[in-house]
Write a protein that binds this ligand. Structure first.
Ligand SMILES: Cc1cc2nc3c(=O)[nH]c(=O)nc-3n(C[C@H](O)[C@H](O)[C@H](O)COP(=O)(O)OP(=O)(O)OC[C@H]3O[C@@H](n4cnc5c(N)ncnc54)[C@H](O)[C@@H]3O)c2cc1C
Length: 429
């Protein structure tokens, strides 16, 4: 029995929960926390054996930080560091722009952050309570009955909920209930990611650095005084293994701190992902089943926004479920969040074409767009993105029942490289 066996043993009581969530990622945990805040009993079914320990970082824009606050995470410095500037350079170290992110943050009332993914996951698990999560529970099928939705697990057992939330990511099983014809599209963009210790002289606090080359982008930002998260993305042929040698071959010779980061990552764990996505779905809910996060709107990661959307979806869904445990509540949630998710899927696709071109003429256009006098587009883009994602349940700390009611009530017995770094004197971090 794994170390979570004892926790799982507690899920033996009543045979139905109010809200059954399939998937314990950002979207699933946010949905479950928010549903509990609104008085519902919840259970999360997660196929992995324990909480995700992925050592990587993600950007959470202001709207997502608002969603985290809604979920009860008031001390965000626990999981990451606030962002003040977005500085862009070309691969040879030529400055393109330096955008102040504090203005768009003020518009929303929350700073944007870069956060450590596993730390965030753990913080959300704590907020929910580990006993509300059943690990090693892979859902293989879902069916709907008159008064319940049923998750069938790989071991043949079944778990019932008044409503069921599909938070099982881009390759969702639950989505078959809502949009059965959806195909997962693979893109040719691959991303390497890692976390390492880096001196503040190499990368200043508050700065999110982006460095652009032909068809490729490298980014880095601090997670705290010690750690930096980095990512390196670009077109990759099918079968790319995601090794250090591959990233070194693609980003070798780029300006500092790229070269140092890649060199220092030689012996550490690298995460490599392709970037599957789905087309915008017309429906996010059907009957007693609704989708959140990547299950509903997996997009290219060019805007760094889908994880934040998953959190915001969860907040909105929880609020809707506070008002009813039926198809009408799920439809209300889908109306609130659907347009945002679909728009961002389209924008992420468009931004990939603008930011990662390979033809020299398009590269020149991109670099012009990143430089003054056009740099303001980035600042406005961040503001537009965050304001647009702030639907009522996410925006308003007093909606719909007031902050005083947002404390989680006690749950009734819930059952269930580059070897040689090139130095560029123009870049001084
Ligand atoms: C390279 C890259 C960079 C990114 N950068 C950012 C960023 O900077 N900012 C940002 O906001 N977003 C970013 N994203 C997007 C973000 O990672 C996703 O949008 C987010 O993880 C979606 O959360 P989710 O909970 O919907 O799905 P997932 O994170 O995929 O979680 C789904 C969960 O469901 C579980 N599961 C799956 N199937 C089953 C099943 N059948 N039964 C039970 N459990 C199941 C999985 O084990 C997993 O725990 C990035 C994505 C990529 C690929």
């Amino acid at each position: 029995m794994d170390s979570y066996g004892d926790i799982n043993a507690e899920h033996a009581g009543p045979d139905i929960v109010d809200v059954l969530v399939v998937g314990g990622g950002l979207g699933g945990l946010a949905s479950a926390i928010a549903a509990r805040q609104h008085g519902r009993s919840v259970l999360v079914l997660e196929r992995d054996a324990g909480p995700s320990g992925v050592d990587t970082g993600i950007t959470l824009w202001s709207f997502a930080m608002r969603a985290l606050r809604q979920l009860g995470l008031d001390d965000a410095e626990r999981v990451g560091a606030p962002l003040e500037r977005l500085a862009s350079y070309s691969a040879n170290g030529r400055p393109l722009s330096d955008v102040d992110l504090r203005a768009p943050a003020r518009e929303v009332g929350e700073a944007s952050f870069d956060v450590h993914r596993a730390d965030l996951q753990h913080a959300l698990c704590e907020l929910l309570g580990r006993e509300q999560i059943r690990y090693g529970a892979a859902c293989t099928d879902v069916r709907q009955e008159d008064d319940a939705a049923v998750a069938v697990l790989a071991d043949g057992s079944e778990v019932r909920g008044r409503v069921l939330v599909g938070a099982d990511g881009v390759r969702s099983v639950v989505r078959l209930q809502v949009a059965p014809k959806t195909r997962v599209q693979t893109s040719e963009i691959g991303v390497w990611r890692g976390v390492l210790e880096l001196d503040e002289r190499m990368l200043a606090p508050g700065m999110h650095l982006r460095i652009y080359g032909p068809g490729r982008v490298f980014g880095a930002a601090r997670l705290d005084q010690r750690r930096v998260r980095w990512y390196a993305g670009g077109a990759v042929p099918a079968g790319t293994a995601g090794t250090w040698h591959e990233v070194a071959a693609r980003f070798g010779g780029w300006c500092e701190p790229v070269a140092s980061i890649i060199d220092a990552s030689r012996n550490s764990d690298l995460l490599f992902n392709d970037t599957p996505r789905i087309r915008p779905l017309r429906r996010w809910a059907r009957g007693r089943v609704a989708l959140v996060g990547d299950a509903a709107h997996a997009a290219l990661p060019t805007l760094g926004v889908s994880g934040g959307l998953a959190l915001a979806d969860g907040v909105a869904l929880g609020a809707a479920l506070g008002l009813g445990l039926d198809a009408a509540a799920l439809d209300a949630y889908a109306r609130e969040r659907g347009a945002v998710g679909r728009r961002i899927q389209r924008e992420a696709q468009a931004v990939a074409l603008v930011l990662m071109p390979r033809r020299p003429r398009l590269l020149r256009v991109r670099d012009r767009l990143l430089k003054p006098p056009f740099a303001w587009i980035q600042e406005r883009g961040v503001a537009h993105l965050s304001r647009g994602a702030l639907t009522p349940a996410v925006a308003d700390l007093a909606w719909p029942t007031g902050p005083a009611n947002r404390r989680i009530p006690a749950d009734p017995d819930v059952s269930v490289v580059v070897s040689k770094a090139r130095q560029h004197p123009s870049v001084t971090w």
